[in-house]
Design a protein around this ligand. Structure first.
Ligand SMILES: Cc1ncc(COP(=O)(O)O)c(C=O)c1O
Length: 401
């Protein structure tokens, strides 16, 4: 019997980040001493005031279906967040709330993409973007960035990638996996290109907005260039900023027609996001925000530690990222070498496999994010574990010959 799996699903790869995490868990279960630096979530717990709001919601019986794309109270909290933090004005009818940031993107794609449409995705990219575009029948078009340019898209490269079929440009700043964030000036230059192509929409994935370090100032493209406001979906969520990955709430502001179309997709698929999580998210957005700068300082210290230790590893080059909780070092100088057990380091996947075998450190190879030869480390774990992991990576790199 031929596979009953749909053609759409056959185009999709399983998530490489989840596969690495699963392998690390399996090795740990066998008793191996494993440090997994592959997960994409903060290691902090959800703040108490947010948990209390959820408990209150349950006690008050807020446990039924809600409006499909979010309760009015959460839409108002999201609109207030966009105004306060991003200088963007959205009406309730311009706000979507979905069961996570991932579904926001998927719903937007499902609502707009037709076979033959193209989605421009700068590489390295978050693993889900191309597959979501493929599931919706569209074609991902990649723009490879360079370490020397801090993994950011140049305006000339963007202009070259746009065709009459381009429907979306995905802009993720700060980026998963590189941590790179676009300055105001860099966004303005990209916006200038987009002004010449009125049919291209922009999906700004700002989910790491609050994880930005040093003096870097976050900004988002619909704010930088008001002429793009009508064709930009500014997406965000509570997962990363409020340590709420399991609660599954993402949101976006955008043009009314698109928000309505996304709501139609939800009405026939997921219906509303969890009512309790929505009430918890109202508290996350409207309540005290002191949790955010506290976490930021912890992450910034970890970033500095990891970048410094990785740059001391033989053959590794690790740029200093502006945000998120990832670094994306390059292993170009190590390609062609051999591990002590004889394994050939032919590419970044072989590097990651040999590193896991030799030292028990799980990282995700760059090919999974569309840009080799590199790997991604998530530093959302304790300093002690990071120091141990980086020392192991240094030892492993030194052992290659
Ligand atoms: C760049 C990026 N966008 C969106 C998401 C989705 O977040 P959520 O967990 O809210 O679906 C993630 C999660 O890893 C991410 O890294």
């Amino acid at each position: 019997m031929s596979s009953p799996v749909s053609h759409a699903l056959k185009r999709v790869k399983p998530s490489a980040t989840m596969a690495v995490s699963a392998k690390a868990r399996a090795l740990k279960a066998q008793g191996r001493d494993i440090i997994a630096l592959s997960a994409g979530e903060p290691d902090f717990d959800t703040p108490e005031n947010i948990k209390e709001a959820a408990i209150r919601a349950m006690r008050e019986g807020k446990t039924k279906y809600t409006d499909v794309d979010g309760i009015p109270e959460l839409k108002d909290a999201v609109a207030a967040k966009y105004k306060r933090e991003n200088g963007l004005e959205y009406k309730r009818s311009q706000i979507n709330v979905s069961p996570g940031g991932k579904p926001v993107i998927f719903n937007a794609f499902m609502a707009t993409l037709n076979p033959g449409d193209e989605v421009i995705i700068p590489a390295p990219y978050w693993v889900s973007y191309p597959d979501m575009a493929l599931l919706c029948g569209a074609t991902p078009v990649f723009i490879e960035t360079r370490l020397e340019e801090s993994f950011k898209v140049r305006p000339e490269a963007l202009a070259k990638a746009i065709t009459p079929h381009t429907k979306w440009l995905l802009l993720n700043s700060p980026s998963n996996p590189s941590g790179a964030a676009y300055t105001r000036h860099e966004l303005k230059a990209l916006a200038a290109v987009l002004l010449d192509f009125p049919n291209v929409m922009v999906l700004a994935d700002d989910i790491y907005e609050h994880l930005i370090y040093g003096d870097f100032k976050f900004d988002t493209i619909a704010h930088i260039e008001p002429r793009l406001y009508d064709r930009t979906l500014t997406m965000n969520g509570v997962s990363k900023a409020y340590s709420m990955t399991g609660w599954r709430i993402g949101f976006a502001g955008g043009p009314e027609w698109l928000i309505k179309a996304m709501s139609t997709v939800m009405a026939q698929t997921t219906s509303n996001p969890c009512s309790i999580s929505q009430w918890a998210s109202v508290e996350a957005l409207n309540g005290p925000q002191d949790f955010i700068p506290k976490n930021k300082r912890v992450f910034e210290g970890r970033r500095d530690l990891v970048v410094s230790m990785l740059n001391q590893a033989k053959g590794l080059k690790c740029p200093m990222p502006e945000g998120a909780f990832y670094v994306y070092p390059c292993v170009e100088e190590l390609i062609g070498k051999r591990a002590p057990n004889g394994a050939a380091i032919e590419n970044d996947e072989a590097f990651a496999t040999a590193l896991l075998d030799a030292e028990g450190v799980a990282v995700v190879h760059g090919a999974a994010f569309g840009l080799s030869p590199c790997f991604r480390i998530s530093y959302a774990t304790s300093n002690a574990e990071l120091e141990d992991a980086c020392a192991r990576i240094q030892r492993f790199c030194a052992s290659l010959s």
